[in-house]
Design a protein around this ligand. Structure first.
Ligand SMILES: Cc1cc2nc3c(=O)[nH]c(=O)nc-3n(C[C@H](O)[C@H](O)[C@H](O)COP(=O)(O)OP(=O)(O)OC[C@H]3O[C@@H](n4cnc5c(N)ncnc54)[C@H](O)[C@@H]3O)c2cc1C
Length: 471
């Protein structure tokens, strides 16, 4: 299967010709506009004349969504943004690049299109120190910036170095890849490009044998928790389409494939169609011997034991070390907030930005709000969640500035479009209460509709509607 076949599978075989697909891409900003005007966000802000200096830190999905919404909602905005990056990576597309469906250039957007420097002060730097006790931050260049309200939108940082024996430089070599790795400064999606090469190398190897392939998931919260399984299914399908297979192991720190029982069951059914995937749960990748191609995991589990003295049963936590050989390995690094946040008084016990899970207001510093992956809340390190955070923090910031009680609430909305094969996606949408499908369709079924939506509609919606604060 080459790139042409991938397009054929994802378009024509599903009754969508290439011409129709291109048409769909062309009209999707319009369609997205119609969608926005019909569905809208649950909270819409009337223009308000609240006064105060708002500082937004970050230059990704959450920061730009917050900026656009606040600018639209406040009649005389006094907004500064501190963000190092002009290039804005459409991160959900990294999965499609990794599977050979999109080109890496398709992911690149430009923050200049969203930050109008006639209206907004843009400091192209990073925050080094958050000094929330004194309502100010200090940039790497040493500039002190004061604020009345702070929006923290700095996302996560990857810790490849926490896996002993591995460094970022190993990605793309010796059978190792990681779709996550990106380099915003250079505007590249290094890991996604490397992963597509890795898919092809894996296929070559499968022509003469049955390569051992490991996919890992760490024991920290990660952005887009479904991405490791998306890549697993796509690579297994990539081989299957040519009648090839490999010995896949999904080795995850989690105890299940997915937290929602219906999706968990559906994902087991998807795996069964491949016949070549086995799971190891509660295994955390500790180290890699890059040359010997061995991965060492810590298996943490609870067992029931009888206390011989008292004859009582008790649960005991145990750990084993498990060493697995591999030919190919896809690594997901442990993740945390960036150092500037971790070293500040803004983090809570969870190690993440200590915001209320409903209002997204900082629990200690009432003039600090969070948006996106940095938030220490139980759910939602996805762009879809950041979209839902946007109207909530905008309303609550306005309420705060107007000295009113905060009125907007985040319901935990999270979306995970899990690719189950080329041309099919399970659209897992849920919130703090459970399943929360947007459309009246059984939400645990793989559908081509969601594939088409994710591949053709979502990026224009992100680019034209979400980042402009209209949706
Ligand atoms: C492979 C992959 C697949 C994904 N798939 C999906 C999907 O299908 N659906 C979905 O909804 N989401 C998906 N996501 C997740 C989504 O992209 C993120 O949840 C979203 O980008 C989070 O936005 P954010 O603003 O919190 O962080 P980011 O968009 O990562 O932005 C963080 C920003 O902060 C800046 N920054 C960092 N440190 C500092 C500092 N000290 N000072 C100033 N600025 C700083 C960075 O330069 C960057 O601009 C995926 C992500 C990946 C990697």
């Amino acid at each position: 299967m080459d790139k042409k076949d991938i397009l054929r599978i994802t378009q024509k075989e599903n009754n969508l010709s290439r011409r129709d697909a291109i048409k769909l891409m062309g009209i999707s900003p319009i369609a997205a506009g119609v969608l926005a005007s019909t569905t809208g966000s649950s909270i819409s802000q009337a223009s308000t004349d609240v006064i105060g200096k708002v500082l937004i830190v970050g230059g990704g999905a959450g920061a730009i969504m917050a900026l656009s919404r606040l600018k639209r909602a406040i009649s005389n905005p006094d907004i500064t943004i501190i963000a190092p990056n002009e290039t804005h990576l459409y991160q959900p597309g990294q999965v499609f690049v990794g599977a050979g469906v999109m080109e890496f250039e398709d992911l690149l957007l430009n923050n200049n299109n969203y930050i109008n420097q006639d209206e907004i002060t843009w400091i192209k730097d990073e925050v080094k120190t958050f000094d929330a006790d004194n309502n100010c931050v200090i940039t790497r260049a040493g500039k002190e910036v004061k604020y009345d309200v702070l929006v923290v939108a700095v996302g996560v940082q990857y810790h490849y170095e926490a896996i002993k024996g591995l460094s970022k430089e190993d990605i793309g070599k010796n059978g190792i890849t990681s779709v996550y790795l990106s380099d915003l400064e250079k505007g590249t999606a290094v890991g996604a490009t490397a992963t597509w090469e890795w898919f092809k190398e894996l296929k070559e190897a499968a022509k003469t044998g049955k390569p051992k392939v490991i996919y890992t998931q760490p024991n920290t919260p990660i952005k887009c928790g479904g991405a490791p399984q998306k890549m697993l299914h796509l690579s297994a399908d990539y081989l299957r389409k040519d009648g090839l297979s490999a010995e896949y192991q999904f080795v995850t720190s989690n105890a299940k494939l997915f937290s929602l029982p219906a999706i968990d069951k559906a994902l087991h059914e998807v795996q069964a169609t491949y016949d070549t995937i086995t799971n190891k749960f509660q295994h955390h990748l500790q180290s890699i011997d890059v040359q010997a191609k061995k991965a060492t995991f810590i298996h943490a589990y609870d067992v029931q034991e009888i206390d011989e003295d008292f004859g009582t049963k008790e649960m005991v936590s145990k750990t084993d070390t498990v060493v697995l050989d591999y030919d190919f390995i896809h690594v997901v690094p442990p993740m945390s907030p960036v150092d500037a946040v971790m070293e500040s008084t803004l983090v809570g016990k969870s190690g993440w930005l200590d915001v209320d899970k409903h209002t997204l207001q900082h629990k200690k510093y009432k003039n600090v709000f969070g948006i996106g992956d940095v938030c220490g809340i139980p759910m939602g390190k996805t762009g879809g969640s950041a979209r839902h955070h946007g109207p909530v923090i905008t309303q609550n910031i306005i309420d705060f500035m107007a000295k009113k009680e905060l009125s907007a609430t985040f319901d935990g909305y999270t979306v995970c479009p899990i690719k189950t094969e080329y041309g099919k996606i399970i659209m897992a949408e849920f919130n703090y209460k459970g399943p929360a499908p947007t459309m009246p369709l059984a939400f645990d079924k793989p559908r081509w509709l969601w594939w088409a939506f994710d591949l053709y509609m979502l990026k224009p919606m992100y680019q034209y509607l979400m980042l402009t604060g209209k949706f």
